[in-house]
Design a protein around this ligand. Structure first.
Ligand code: SF4
Ligand code: SF4
Length: 389
């Protein structure tokens, strides 16, 4: 395997090389008190010296006393909104004295050119792989999503500081890109950030020819990008091994689908419904959720009309509304639907789990509801079927 070393200067040369190639480079950034994604023109745009603290219903940024750039766990949003925005225009038309003038669908898609995403975590890489399957892998692909995904350059990163809510180890999606058992989206380069007696550096695995060419361009621009030595490879392995050990939560996945299907009438759903606010936070932060609504809106004059696609959630009463009422009228039914889809019927639908173990739904739940604890409760309940086989 071609593995090289980048210093922070070398990382800047990589960013420059991507920009020279016309990529709009995005990466982790501190935004609104959390780690999100933002434009990266310089390494200084990355969250140097920031860490985080996560628990059920709890997220805080905290200052670190080192210069690490990627020493935090999954941020408030994954890479999902970069390719599948929370709101997008499907169709737009203007009305004037000369008639109605439709505009092409989604004029914003791809407007910034191809995207290079820096610092995609292993769990989120698996989530992009799931979205690719859902939105592109079936009979009718999503054109706007395909346009955004086309030519994307991905620099993945090994997660070095998982949160107390993380369980990617249980789902086979992390903490190191390419080392999990679950399918994942492809990446061009994978970095592991190391800080030890040999200095602060990135051990970079070259995964595609294009990734190697971009590093070569960084070298031609004057950056030193030497081959990784045994001590570098060992240090990177150590970062990944320590992260795997530090995983805050675990999910026993044995017989999970069968457990969920057998638990349709479990009293666990009644109990969780007493706490769940049906606020939909869990679905809005989840990197794999893909449900949407389509809304028609006009401006106040009626001259402009738009058809928008917006993220929706199975936690909304309207989501399952059909003539005569909502199919899932209770919070009990909606939470059961969400968890059963994630961990059981998703597998029947798409041949994979709908959960990558990023822990966001636990961190961002205002009621501190923990998917791993609910599954443990279902196991304790022994499936809970009350009405026949
Ligand atoms: S589980 Fe938590 S985040 Fe999800 S809808 Fe219920 S209260 Fe909101
Ligand atoms: S269900 Fe929760 S832990 Fe699983 S992928 Fe979605 S947000 Fe992450």
């Amino acid at each position: 395997m071609d593995t090289r070393i980048l210093t922070t200067d070398g990382l800047q040369a990589l960013v420059d090389a991507l920009q020279t190639r016309g990529f709009h480079v995005l990466g982790p950034a501190v935004r609104d008190g959390a780690i999100g994604f933002g434009p990266v023109r310089e390494v200084a745009d990355l969250p140097a010296g920031w860490g985080d603290e996560q628990e059920a219903g709890h997220y805080r940024l905290r200052r670190r006393d080192d210069p690490l750039l990627f020493a935090y766990a999954a941020g408030a949003q994954s890479a999902k909104p970069l390719f599948f925005p929370a709101q997008e225009v499907l169709w737009r038309a203007r009305h004037d004295a000369n008639g109605v003038h439709p505009t092409p669908p989604d004029p914003e898609a791809g407007a910034d050119g191809p995207v290079a995403v820096l610092g995609v975590r292993s769990c989120d890489l698996a989530a992009v792989g799931i979205q690719d399957e859902v939105l592109l892998g079936r009979r009718y692909g999503d054109a706007a999503y395909a346009l955004r995904r086309e030519g994307t350059f991905v620099v993945a990163v090994t997660c070095s500081h998982p949160a107390a809510t993380c369980f990617c180890g249980s789902m086979g999606t992390g903490p190191r890109p390419g080392a999990g058992t679950a399918p994942a989206a492809p990446y061009d380069l994978a970095m592991t950030e190391v800080l030890d007696e040999h200095g602060h550096r990135f051990v970079v695995e070259v995964a595609t020819e294009r990734g190697g060419h971009v590093l070569d361009e960084a070298v031609r621009a004057g950056a030193a990008v030497p081959a990784a030595g045994p001590e570098d490879l060992a240090a990177a392995d150590d970062v990944a091994a320590r992260a795997a050990q530090a995983m805050g939560r675990q999910l026993d996945t044995s017989g999970l689908k069968e457990l969920l299907y057998a638990s349709a009438e479990s009293p666990v759903w009644d109990e969780v419904a007493t706490r769940c606010l049906a606020c939909a936070n869990c679905t809005q932060v989840c990197p794999t959720c893909f449900c949407t609504d389509v809304r028609d809106v006009t401006d106040l004059t009626g001259a402009l009309v738009e058809r928008d696609r917006v993220w929706d959630s199975c936690f909304g009463a309207e989501y399952s509304y059909i003539h005569g009422g909502s199919v899932r009228a209770s919070t009990r039914a909606r939470y059961r639907q969400w968890l059963t889809h994630k961990l059981a019927s998703w597998e029947d639908q798409f041949g994979m789990s709908g959960c990558v173990g990023c822990g966001r739904c636990i961190t961002w739940c205002p009621a501190a509801i923990d998917l791993t604890a609910e599954v443990a409760a279902l196991r304790h309940d022994g499936g809970g079927r009350r009405d026949g086989p």
